[in-house]
Design a protein. Structure first.
Length: 360
């Protein structure tokens, strides 16, 4: 029942179910590399105390097992933490046959994944996502850390050997983090699978009370959307750009409002709202952004662009974005639900709409 994800180097399974953390060792054994020389669990200070011992307990004493606990939050995607991770791994004598288990959200996944990509020119790692947002990073093979000059600037494509998604762990997430991840699910719905939007509308009335089977199915469907797009476009040349829906303005807002003020998904939710309105102006699409607004507010999102952001600086940021290859900002717009396309948009059109939005 695992989802199979094809990457350039290999195919790997994504297991999604409640309680999988107790079966970690068995799942690893099933990967056909029965003897890992050592296991290094990388986690953070919030997730570690909740789940690391349970993951560790699934292993018999067949091989040495170590736990490395990073500080929680984006700060752990740093050069310093990377260096500490390398030192930790070397001190544990990890070798080319060892495995890193990334137990945590996107931060742990990215940092531990990058460590695995570069330790002795690359060793296996397994992702155990514990946030809803991390369903997004479980496909695509991107790993990396930040530089003071920008996010995710240092990294590698290094797909995991497997993804073990224990959905039971999601219930300890704070609401803000639920919302952050749910925005990416909603994004996948808008760009490819409108059916997902219906499921969320009908069954995600109260975030922390979503039944686990609904959670499993939704995550599975959402991962499938990303997998389809990524598999069609392995190196970000064409349609992978659709995954940037809501992200052009979203990234600008995150940066201008200050990282940590809003979660990634909260900023993307605002960006999707903006991209929908822009789709109306540029393509004449008749998307019901009123309904989008209502639905998002019901789920607890605030779609107002933070007052600390200026329209001009937001635009300047979008033009700096590494994805804006040419002069004009390239936006992912929607012809209709499920039909995205990429269009360069005039600065004035963007500015006018930003100003309109920010004076309401
Ligand atoms: P995160 O890893 O910082 O987790 C958010 C917070 O929730 C942290 O404080 C964490 O300790 C806590 N937490 C995690 N799981 C928990 C649980 N089960 N119970 C209680 N608390 C828990 O952030 P995130 O939102 O998961 O990921 C954000 C990062 O992911 C960013 O750095 C982003 O760049 C990266 N990302 C990468 C990709 C990719 O393709 N590689 C895709 C999207 C995002
Ligand atoms: Zn995103």
């Amino acid at each position: 029942r695992a989802l199979e994800i094809r990457s350039e180097s290999h195919t790997y399974p994504i297991y999604i179910a409640a309680g999988l953390r107790h079966q970690t060792a068995d799942i690893l054994k099933g990967l056909g590399k029965s003897t890992f020389s050592a296991v290094l669990i990388v986690t953070d200070e919030t997730v570690g105390p909740l789940y690391a011992e349970e993951v560790a307990a699934s292993f018999a004493d067949e091989q040495p097992l170590y736990i490395c606990t990073l500080a929680a939050g984006e700060q752990s995607k740093s050069m310093e933490t990377y260096y500490e991770l390398m030192t930790f791994a070397l001190n544990c004598h990890l070798d080319r046959n060892s495995v890193i288990v990334a137990l945590g959200g996107g931060v742990v996944g990215d940092a531990a994944g990058f460590a695995a990509a570069t330790y002795m020119r690359g060793i296996d790692y397994v992702q155990m996502p514990t946030t809803l947002l991390a369903h997004d990073s479980s496909v695509g093979g991107k790993t990396g850390i930040n530089h003071p000059l920008g996010k995710n600037l240092i990294g590698a494509f290094h797909p995991p050997a497997a993804v073990i998604y224990d959905t039971e762990t999601l219930y300890t997430l704070p609401e803000k983090e639920w919302r952050s991840g749910l925005a990416e699910v909603i994004k996948h719905g808008w760009i490819q699978d409108p059916e997902l939007l219906k499921v969320i509308k009908d069954q995600w009335l109260d975030l922390s009370a979503v039944p686990v089977d609904v959670l499993n199915d939704t995550i599975r469907q959402s991962i499938q959307v990303k997998a389809e797009i990524v598999q069609l476009d392995e190196r970000e040349a064409g349609i992978r750009a659709f995954l940037n829906f809501g992200h052009t303005l979203g990234h600008a807002i995150e940066a201008e409002a200050g990282y940590g003020t809003l979660t990634h998904g909260e900023a993307v939710a605002i960006g999707m709202d903006f991209a929908m309105k822009l789709s109306g102006k540029v393509l004449g699409s008749s998307l019901d952004s009123e309904a989008y607004n209502e639905e998002m507010i019901r789920l607890g999102y605030d779609l107002t662009i933070p007052a600390s952001c200026e329209p001009e600086t937001l635009l300047a940021h979008m033009k700096r974005d590494k994805k804006a290859a040419e002069q004009k900002v390239r936006f992912v717009l929607l012809q209709e639900a499920g039909v995205p396309l990429v269009r360069p948009v005039e600065d004035d059109t963007i500015l006018d709409l930003l100003k309109e939005e920010m004076t309401i």
